[in-house]
Design a protein around this ligand. Sequence first.
Ligand code: SF4
Ligand code: SF4
Length: 240
Amino acid sequence: MTDGKSIFIDTTKCTACRGCQIACKQWNQRATEKTINLGNHQNPSDLSYNTWKLVRFSEIPGEEVTWYFFPDQCRHCLNPPCKDAADRKVKGAIAQEEKTGAVIFNSKVKVKPADFKGIREACPYDIPRINAGDGMMAKCTLCFNRVSGGMLPACVKTCPTGAMNFGDRKEILEKAKKRLESVQGKYQEAMLTDMDDVRVFYLLVDDPKKYYKRAVADNTIGITRKAALKRLLQPLSMFG
Ligand code: SF4
Ligand code: SF4
């Protein structure tokens, strides 16, 4: 596989317009959902089988109220733990696209509830979702069908502020590092999230937990293939 593609999401430029959320839903023809007013800017409340991109909103009260916007989606891990989990139980349910590196859920493979539980729990960002009715999983595809035709992912194309950046991984990593350097004078806690392990990463300027509890990988679950393999080998080592 080549270095593939990456998305860099610069949250300092995000205004929470939710254009990316709507563009994702439109391009991928996902059904609308009944939602409730949560008393804040976020809607719906969580990702779902039909919502692959969600602009999360967090408000921190204090002397000066601060808002944090986090456009959440699959990070397209370089060595995806969801695929490791799926390969054990439901062969062919998850694949990695050769040119982009996108992690793709096979829309024709049914997954049993118990197997899906293992797949969802393997994801350090809690991304996989399932349609309980037919056992089909779904999530962001990195718009590989657009990208293979020379177009930008729908979310990137629609972003009016430059918060969403897409391109060859090497160039996007360079762009993100330069942007990090340029904001570090103003924001001492500025960071790029898990960029060595994932294709979709973020520039944050404060404690990641203030944005969203899974803004960075939950390392009690494990992000690396090494960690995933260790888990896979556990049952064998019990007999060794
Ligand atoms: S973020 Fe989760 S669903 Fe996406 S590739 Fe990584 S493990 Fe799989
Ligand atoms: S389209 Fe851009 S500015 Fe609007 S919510 Fe998405 S990332 Fe933020």
